[in-house]
Design a protein around this ligand. Sequence first.
Ligand SMILES: [Zn+2]
Ligand SMILES: [Zn+2]
Length: 444
Amino acid sequence: MAFLKLILLIFTLHSFMPTPISSNPSLNKEVLARIRPDFLEFAKKPVIMDWMIGIRRKIHENPELGYEEFETSKLIRAELDLMGILYKYPIAGTGIVGYIGTGKPPFVALRADMDALAMEELVEWEHKSKVPGKMHACGHDAHVAMLLGAAKMLQEHRNDLQGTIVLIFQPAEEGGGGAKQMLDAGALDNVDAIFTLHVSTRHPIGVVASRSGPLLAATSFFEAVITGKGGHAALPQHTVDPILAAANVIVSLQHLVSREADPLDSQVVSVGKFQGGGAFNVIPDSVTIGGTFRAFSKESFVQLKHRIEEVITKQASVQRSNAKVTFDEKSTYPVLFNNKELHEHFRQVAGEMLGIQNVVQAELEMGGEDFAFFSEAIPGLFFFLGMKNETQGPPQSGHSPYYIVNEDVFPYGAALHASLATSYLSENPAKDTSAPEGSSHDEL
Ligand SMILES: [Zn+2]
Ligand SMILES: [Zn+2]
């Protein structure tokens, strides 16, 4: 049934996609020069701003966790329907892939994530989360609103596009690896490049930051259950104390980065979870510890993983305990790597819109992002979109219960999305546009 729907969609896309007005790149550049400066002005129009803000606030009030973004996805599809944008759904559960343009190569993708976090919002405002224990504290509600804003502009110019812009609305960025699921479901098949943005409270409005090469670290989580033999705390000789074993394990884990890693090769091992025991005078049977590890190269990451397992099991055995280590594969993200050419493209496009002094070099960060799966599969570019607002008090980092999105940033995000994609199509024309209809395997 899903296959039939896909066939129908492919047919529909072919039937109704406007034909390209020209395959001449120079004419295309002229068209682009005409439409691109309008994007920021268009996105700043009160009617567009209010529409984007309305969408974001609706999503903010009803935050949904990874793979449960049912209402968010429904809202996005309703907006795409209203704009007349065709899409595939469902992809990876709640994910959506929309198409604007000719339905033919080149294909360039823009991505927004949809999920919220399992935490309580502590910001008191009119559109505070209505769902206890869930909050959009990373700005993914804003990402959706801005990508829909871009979609509106791009759809207005669909007849000017020389190729196809692919809109990716993905589930479960926060530890669920939604990008990987989208990728496995074929969301990026035949796509040549992908761009995304993340709102940032560290940079002011009108400033964007990125860098070529690695930007965010490869990340993963581990958990270990260390088992001994519980008993009376006054008679330790009759027990095997897993608390002492776990304490030694944690100290030994800290030596991996300080003693084994190259000091110039950034790595992190942090234990954030220690659960065991419940009484002052009882030695428990077992202790559970858990943590995260991060690195900037695949080799270092693999080595860390190997040594974490080895250190936990062997160190536990020194204290006569057993240890079972598990790694959360779903939350294991590769290094986020920005393509050099796309970074140059981003600098040029953002520089034109914001002034090159407002396109700054991002610092390397040990945080992770599942966009890394996309940019590992095809050339990709991730950038931070400044939204710092001094009047809203000291900026709160992502995942803070006091996190506030500065909605004034929306026109910038929408316009940058639209500009990056249109100019990419203009500068990377399809290699052979003379192929007869239906003969190219690259088509949708
Ligand atoms: Zn986040
Ligand atoms: Zn995020």
